[in-house]
Design a protein around this ligand. Structure first.
Ligand SMILES: Cc1cc2nc3c(=O)[nH]c(=O)nc-3n(C[C@H](O)[C@H](O)[C@H](O)COP(=O)(O)OP(=O)(O)OC[C@H]3O[C@@H](n4cnc5c(N)ncnc54)[C@H](O)[C@@H]3O)c2cc1C
Length: 438
């Protein structure tokens, strides 16, 4: 057991925690970052194929409308690959029938119509996205496309997601649907690692915060290794569901406990399938496939000069269901479905990497946590206020691009600004820490 002091403790070394820590360090503030895993990046992580080429098994795609992550990519000298999109988008209706020429236009119209509704309109209070969709007069196919889009992106059953939350969340994602524009050669995870390297010994991996005790003007964290850290302020930079699993002494105020209880973790499985060559292009296909007999399944071409590959996402209730059947089932099912959609060559893959994020120990799931309590209008605002000196931040809470890497960077820097304001406020005792250290 050891004891250490700092001005600020940051719990979590995902993009939120790393961005918060970097902003604080740049302002000359003494920081310790505690990360539960044996690596940084959180929901951004990578694995290597057998030839050593790394791919992002968590967050991957970025676009021009995400200035903060794009600036980090440039700053750390990483190259971008444009996501190949040329060719036909395939809708696979069942194991036999497929059609090309699909566009997101019809389901996009439903999405745009929903987003024109004021999230606080009393007419939609208590309404789930599913209940609202049932009232729309769109053709069944357009509704199925919208449903697949919602469950594939928010990774929860559409019947659980309050319409107001979906609208509010979607309005903050301001990229007009081009989030898949680029991926980072050499992985966006390497960007997280480069950011972490700037923190040096301030970062401690394999160090899970288990208990946060708050006092007047200071906070004490106990870790799973029974180490104790003290600071004047703390940023818990983990998703809301994970934040609620930490013990707080005294208990968090009731409104905060209720605000955390409003969230559930998303369920997603991401798989890379590598090939000798992008054979689907021979038939004029883009490699993008959406399935209709199951919802939340989506394939996309992530080939670059270095390799040909498809990435397949299983999102929402389908991921939860497939997770229960084991990795062998999921892999076999993905290949079987790719063969049905793209041809027998899809079975001749050269390598495959699957990452199941369902119930992930330290992120809870992915892509993000989602509010499923229709009455929890204030949940985000309450969590953002926190219980100073305990502050909370996560991609989910970002004013723009919530649930994206971009949002994590913004949320982290915002939390750092709140903490700096608190450190400089007159209410804060001169320095409980420096006093106790001397
Ligand atoms: C499969 C998948 C695909 C995605 N695709 C994209 C994409 O293409 N583009 C995009 O922009 N975004 C994508 N995302 C979302 C993006 O990755 C996340 O929004 C973002 O990385 C979240 O960052 P964060 O720092 O807020 O949370 P996290 O990354 O979850 O970081 C939280 C950190 O806290 C740590 N932690 C948790 N509890 C404790 C504790 N008690 N003590 C210490 N440490 C703790 C965790 O280990 C983790 O490192 C994807 C996510 C997933 C899962």
């Amino acid at each position: 057991m050891s004891e250490s002091d700092a001005d600020v403790i940051v719990v979590g070394a995902g993009f939120t925690g790393l961005s918060a820590a970097e902003a604080l360090v740049s302002a000359g503030i003494d920081v310790i970052v505690l990360e539960a895993r044996d690596r940084v990046g959180g929901r951004v992580e990578s694995v290597a194929f057998s030839d050593g080429m790394r791919v992002d098994t968590g967050g991957q795609f970025v676009c021009d409308e995400m200035p903060e992550i794009m600036a980090l990519v440039r700053r750390f000298g990483k190259a971008l690959a444009e996501t190949p999109m040329e060719g036909a988008f395939l809708v696979q209706r069942d194991s036999k029938a497929a059609e090309t020429g699909y566009t997101f236009a019809e389901s996009g119209r439903i999405r745009a119509r929903a987003n024109r509704i004021d999230p606080h309109d009393p007419a939609i209070a208590g309404l789930t996205a599913e209940a609202w969709l049932a009232r729309q007069s769109d053709p069944p196919d357009a509704k199925a496309g919208y449903r697949a889009m919602v469950e594939g992106l928010w990774c929860r059953p559409i019947g659980e997601i309050p319409l107001w939350y979906l609208i509010d969340n979607d309005r903050r994602t301001t990229s007009n649907g081009s989030e898949l524009q680029y991926f980072v050669e050499g992985t966006v995870h390497a960007v997280a690692e480069a950011l972490a390297a700037t923190l040096g010994p301030r970062l401690q991996i394999n160090t899970a915060a288990t208990c946060v005790e708050r006092m007047d003007g200071s906070v004490t964290v106990t870790t799973g290794n029974r180490d104790v850290f003290r600071a004047r302020q703390i940023i818990i930079a983990v998703p809301p569901v994970m934040a609620s699993r930490i013990t707080y002494e005294p208990d968090l105020p009731k409104p905060l406990i209720d605000a955390f209880a409003a969230w559930k973790s998303g369920t997603v499985i991401k798989t890379f399938v590598r090939y000798e060559r992008p054979f689907w292009r021979d038939r004029g296909l883009s490699g993008m496939v959406m399935w209709r007999d199951v919802l939340g399944l989506f394939a996309c071409d992530v080939s670059s000069d270095r390799a040909a590959a498809l990435v397949v996402f299983v999102g929402g209730p389908l991921a939860a269901q497939w997770n229960g059947k084991g990795a062998g089932f999921v892999q076999a099912e993905i290949i079987r479905r790719l063969v049905a959609a793209l041809g027998s060559e899809a079975g001749d893959y050269t390598d495959l990497r699957m990452r199941d994020w369902v119930d992930d120990r330290w992120s809870g799931g992915g892509y993000s946590d989602v509010i499923t309590d229709a009455s929890a209008y204030d949940a985000e605002a309450i969590i953002r206020v926190g219980a100073p000196p305990v502050h909370f931040a996560a991609s989910e809470l970002a004013p723009s691009f919530p649930a994206y890497i971009e949002g994590a960077i913004i949320a982290g820097r915002e939390a750092a600004a709140r903490v700096m304001a608190a450190l400089h406020s007159k209410d804060q005792p001169a320095s409980a820490i420096s006093a106790s250290a001397s």
